[in-house]
Design a protein around this ligand. Structure first.
Ligand SMILES: [Zn+2]
Length: 331
């Protein structure tokens, strides 16, 4: 490897509630190394930072590099991630992570290179914008359908962060006084379409006598949550409750996403996230169909596309946080 290309390599970290995905990419965003570790379920931010370090060192070793040889490292983090300071707070799906923790500074000390921290969904949407399903557009809305329903906005080629909390589309109201959301409010899109909310609803219906294979499939797979894979399997077998709750989710996504489209008028909507990617193209079509009655300009709907970067999209997007422009070697 030439000295120039070595220094152009960057690290990307997708920090999630269940896994830490790390990659090392070259200047052309080609993947040189990758590693995945489970996110600690106990302890606190320091323990998570240690796991991140181990996972990135594995990916870097695979690439034949050391972390201090990277141009920098980007992290897509859940919770309230401050891009300017690298401080992350209120990451409720990570253990003991309610107060602020200087993740960027901590990791920078561990790796010996600059570390930039961004919102997990926003960096994934940025990845799709630069390298994935949204390459030819300037203004897009990303809808990340998973445990919750997150969003990312790019307006005229630039990420729109608002005052730090833009594109929280999961909390668009789709029904006044409706279902209780995991955020504590009522009638949010996420209260119908988020995987967590769907699971809470499924458990409640089972308590009230509903029959379903969802929890049997969950146990067979050794899971303690209704993962995307569990939902997919139950739906494939025509499970009544799963079908009903998924129809309800798609309907809510249709209303909520269409309402956002009416405000922003984006060229494209990109559907990603764990559930989005797992349910795939057929569900993208279903969501598009459910959006249509709510679109004000229904004669020219935006393109609705499935995210194209797959499982590594979050980590690839995170690596884009690092400025890839490095001094070109003289020869
Ligand atoms: Zn909510």
């Amino acid at each position: 490897m030439s000295p120039g290309s070595e220094h152009a390599a960057r690290g990307g970290i997708d920090l999630g509630g269940t896994k830490i995905q790390t990659i090392v990419v070259d200047a052309d965003n080609k993947i040189l190394g990758q590693s995945r570790r489970p996110t600690p379920t106990e302890g606190g931010p320091e323990d998570v930072a240690k796991e991140i370090e181990a996972a990135l060192r594995e990916a870097t070793a695979q690439a034949g590099l050391e972390t201090r040889e990277l141009a920098g490292v980007g992290v897509g983090s859940p919770g309230d991630a401050d891009e300017a300071t690298g401080v992350v707070s209120d990451a409720r799906n990570l253990p003991g992570w309610i107060g602020p923790f200087p993740l960027g500074e901590q990791l920078s000390g561990q790796f010996g290179v600059p570390v930039r921290v961004g919102n997990d969904v926003q960096v994934a949407v940025q990845g799709e914008f630069e390298l994935g399903a949204a390459k030819e557009f300037d203004t897009i809305l990303g809808v990340w359908w998973g445990t919750g329903v997150g969003g990312g906005l790019i307006l005229d080629g630039k990420p729109w962060l608002g005052r730090g909390a833009a594109a929280e589309i999961g909390h668009v109201v789709v029904k006044m006084g409706g279902a209780r959301c995991t955020c504590g409010r009522k009638g949010c899109m996420e209260a119908y379409a988020g995987r967590m909310a769907m699971e809470i609803r499924a458990r409640k219906e089972v308590q009230n006598g509903a029959k379903t294979d969802l929890f049997r499939i969950m146990e067979e797979r050794g899971r303690d949550r209704l993962t995307s894979g569990v939902w997919e399997r139950a739906l494939r077998h025509g499970d009544d409750l799963a079908t009903r709750l998924m129809d309800r989710a798609v309907k809510a996504l249709g209303a909520g996403v269409a309402s956002c489209v009416n405000v922003i008028d984006p060229e494209a909507v990109i559907i990603g996230g764990g559930l989005g990617v797992r349910m795939g193209e057929r569900y993208v079509r279903r969501i598009a169909a459910r959006m249509h009655p709510h679109l004000f300009m229904d004669d020219r709907p935006p393109e609705i596309r499935l995210a194209g970067l797959g499982d590594l999209g979050g980590a690839i997007g995170a690596a884009l946080l690092v400025d890839a422009r490095v001094p070109t070697p003289a020869t």
